[in-house]
Design a protein around this ligand. Sequence first.
Ligand SMILES: [Zn+2]
Length: 202
Amino acid sequence: MAKLYFNYSTMNAGKSAMLLQASHNYRENNMQTYLLTADFDDRSGGGQIASRIGIAAEADTFAQEDDLFARIERVLAKQQISAIFIDEAQFLTKTQVWQLTQVVDDLNVPVLCYGLRVDFRGELFPGSAALLAWADEMREVRTICHCGKKATMVVRQDETGRILTDGDQVQIGGNESYVSLCRKHWREAMKGSAATALGQDD
Ligand SMILES: [Zn+2]
């Protein structure tokens, strides 16, 4: 039986490289894969999944209003696809994650999602919350903080290295960068700001 998988991590853990390697394993065995990534991820140019270690592959893109069940059903009608890979899965809507469960259950094709668990405020992304609730299998892609402990949190920095403690969940086209930290060092980095993780901002 096909399953819905969620491979989650913080920033810079090598998710995209893992996705590309897993897709490559299928193709090496003469099985076709269908790759999707968010259309507002302009790190690597439109329609491409790229990893920091220099490997990349062409990908289709999804926007938040797309019906992914209808889209994937059309793709499957045209060609034999053995697995569907989705990068930047944190940007899926809850509705789209539900559509992916239908792809798995009704079209019987495995869907492998890769994405961030929490944003820089320590809040779940909507797509990740739905995947954590509904995926058949979940796996944490691990990376480490500067102290050597497992990193589970992320901070956003401006171009001067100053930690940003508020702003939109998704920042497009800015000069911000992200650093992955353990929870203790994330708390220290966020100190002096409102305790966003406790919901005091809303
Ligand atoms: Zn640390």
